[in-house]
Design a protein around this ligand. Sequence first.
Ligand code: AMP
Length: 467
Amino acid sequence: MHFPGDKFREECGVFGVFGHPEAANLTYLGLYSLQHRGQEGAGICSCSGKQFNLEKSIGLVADIFNERRLKRLPGYSAIGHNRYSTAGGSNPKNVQPIVANFSLGQLAIAHNGNLVNAMELRKELEDEGAIFQSSSDSEVFIHLIAHSRDGDLKERLVNAVEKVAGSYSMVLLTEKELIALRDPHGIRPLALGQVDGAYVVASETCAFDLIGASYIRDIEPGEMLIINANGLNSTRAVASPQRAFCIFEYIYFARPDSLIFGGHNVNTVRKAFGKQLAIEHPVDADIVIPVPDSGVPSAIGYAEQSGIPFDFGLIRNHYIGRTFIEPKQTIRHFGVKIKLNPIRDLLEGKRVVVVDDSIVRGTTSKKIVKMIRESGGAREVHMKISSPPTIGPCFYGIDTPTRQELIAFSHNVEEIRRYTTADSLAYLSIEGIMKNLPNPDDFCAACFTNQYPIIFPGQESQLELLF
Ligand code: AMP
């Protein structure tokens, strides 16, 4: 479902390569480094001459692909996709890339983003006789291209782009080309790189680092970049009057080693948020600790600015698989302890500043405060959040719950503090975050401001999105 108030789950990672003898292997490595963008399923489609080869399934990249499977993906071009885990179970049919045959030949698509008018378009297409295989937005795109009657693929893509609203950073593969496309607001990142003379496209540049590719530039908002044997051909698929880069990519989602939204390093921006947090909300304390991993750069920033020593007071178990089963009887409920455990030696008797990137429902913070106090033996726990209160769900691809489930939508800071049982709680201000963003006017901050840059179909005003 894709209506206001609904739960969205389309955050993903995409990768593409054209003109490399090891296209599938590079894509595998690219997806491996983009694993944080989606853990539900992954897939690779390669092209060898006229043949499209597709391998995809539910699970993590390293578990899905082995030598045997990669050998079944020959060719000089390939695209790949990581799909985000959903709360409501996984459907193998939604795993991408999606491959379709239509009048102009074969086409594969891998999409990161969320189309806000997917339901309307789907209904229109079904009324015209289209049969859908999956519940994913990306299939709507395929049908729009197939149903567009005139012109070559480029024209059909432009026709499709004119009909959709929302976020899409996507890679498409035909027998002769790789196409990278980014929505007019540029909501999700998409970067262009080069390795061994071949072009690569990825959601984040951390994928380039692993394969030894150099970062060239971003795919521009509204740009359609066609990569084929003649090199690069850039066209504007759609006008881009307003940019709306996702602020949450910098706060939480992207990897700290990536360069996004114009080549700015995520770690540097996150650290600056932490410094700003220390300026806005100083406190007398003995130690600054992060909630790993998302809180690490901002906690370092907070410690640097405040002069309070930094340490890793919480240790994260990185090996919890999706298949972990918590024993029901006799053994005590683990709660958050299965993931995080405090170091009592560091925390006992201390006044502890704990830095996290965001509070969504509030349940994690509550458990962490309790754990630092009870198992860690902390004397005081001061919770610092390196983003403003999250008051609005994301309709453009970040997996946030409904507005009613967002604790900051219905509670003020003092009420949230009481709920988490922290001695103090402070959020970074919206001004503070904007001040530390490169080109702040280019960002969507709807999750903090309720100012949504893209109007929904049938929606008259911003106000209608609020409830
Ligand atoms: P909550 O318990 O709902 O308040 O969750 C807050 C925690 O979830 C924080 O530690 C965040 O780092 C993390 N978080 C924030 N946004 C997301 C997201 N879209 N998906 C998964 N985790 C998130």
